[in-house]
Design a protein around this ligand. Structure first.
Ligand code: G1P
Length: 292
């Protein structure tokens, strides 16, 4: 059976984006016309994922509301003949099942993934972090390529990576590849937010994973790591040390990752998406030329 379930952790507090995230989830911040998490869902569904389990937390209910069908709004738009605006709600009709569970304590990304254990059970699954978009307008089938790789190479772990400047390794999980790195590589080890000196490469985890259910046992054994949190990276590391097969897949330049976790990369993402807007992109380009 092909992999059709994704766990989408969205429980993080978003403290790097205060005050915007004080009472709204960072995953609901708009990038261009849509909230971040809508791009994540669109990307996953175009890769054949049709069951989505969100790991949510306090003040994240607007994510659930966003994916509900809003009969009143539909009725209102239909009655007033606003067909074009109605089309903006097409995403509500996607053939997707949504599940939501709360991470009741903020113990880290690894702990958030562990909250999905009883729903995911004994099948391989995708983890897609809800604060990152892959490719302009999420036009990426990286998850499909990753699930195909997982199956064809009988891997236990497939992780997407992107190259980052050396100074940025401190913000990400960093790969230690075994052998040559082309578009894919064998993953020997993974280190969460190493110092520049310790980093074994500049390949950073790009927020998409395909994992065997063995990760749950590893997560149960994982001690708090960086920042005192239970890290997904450390559980992957346990599996790799025990001989699990890990594969890294490098994102091509046209599928780069837009990280919404801090203002610098959020502003860049917004600018890129707004400039790519079919109606307003050219106007904005002219405007920016004037400003600059
Ligand atoms: C998490 C992971 C890290 C990864 C990053 C971006 O960190 O722990 O390994 O590189 O997401 O995908 P966070 O941004 O939650 O601190």
């Amino acid at each position: 059976m092909s992999i059709d379930i994704a766990v989408v952790p969205v429980a993080g507090l978003g403290t790097r984006l205060l005050p915007a995230t004080k009472s709204q989830p960072k995953e609901m911040l708009p990038v261009g016309r849509k909230p971040v998490v809508q791009y994540v869902v669109e990307e996953l569904t175009q890769s054949g994922i049709n069951r989505l389990l969100f790991i949510t937390g306090a003040s994240k209910t607007s994510i659930e509301n966003h994916f509900d069908t809003d009969e009143r709004l539909i009725h209102h738009l239909r009655e007033s003949g606003r067909e074009e605006e109605l089309q903006q709600l097409d995403f509500e009709r996607r053939d997707v099942e949504y599940f939501y569970t709360r991470q009741r304590r903020q113990l880290g990304l690894g702990h958030a993934v562990l909250c999905s254990k009883s729903l995911v059970g004994s099948q391989p699954f995708v983890v897609a972090l809800g604060d990152s978009i892959i490719g302009i307008n999420a036009k990426s089938d990286i998850v499909q390529r990753m699930t195909e790789e997982f199956e064809s190479s009988k891997a236990d772990i497939v992780v997407a990576f992107e190259e980052v400047p050396k100074a940025d390794v401190v913000r990400y999980g960093i790969a230690k590849p075994r052998g040559d790195v082309g578009t894919r590589f064998e993953l020997e080890d993974l280190i969460e937010k190493p110092s520049v000196e310790e980093a074994p490469s500049t390949y950073a985890v790009a927020s998409r994973y395909v994992l065997s259910p063995a990760i749950f046992e590893a997560l149960e054994e994982t001690e708090p790591g960086k920042g005192g949190e239970i890290q997904l990276t450390d559980a992957i590391r346990i599996l790799l040390k025990r001989g699990a097969k890990g594969v890294g897949m490098v994102l091509p330049p046209d599928e780069r990752r837009f990280d919404i976790g801090n203002y610098g990369s959020y502003f860049r993402a917004f600018a890129d998406f707004a400039l790519a807007d079919p109606d307003y992109g050219d106007q904005l380009r002219d405007y920016l030329r004037g400003v600059l």
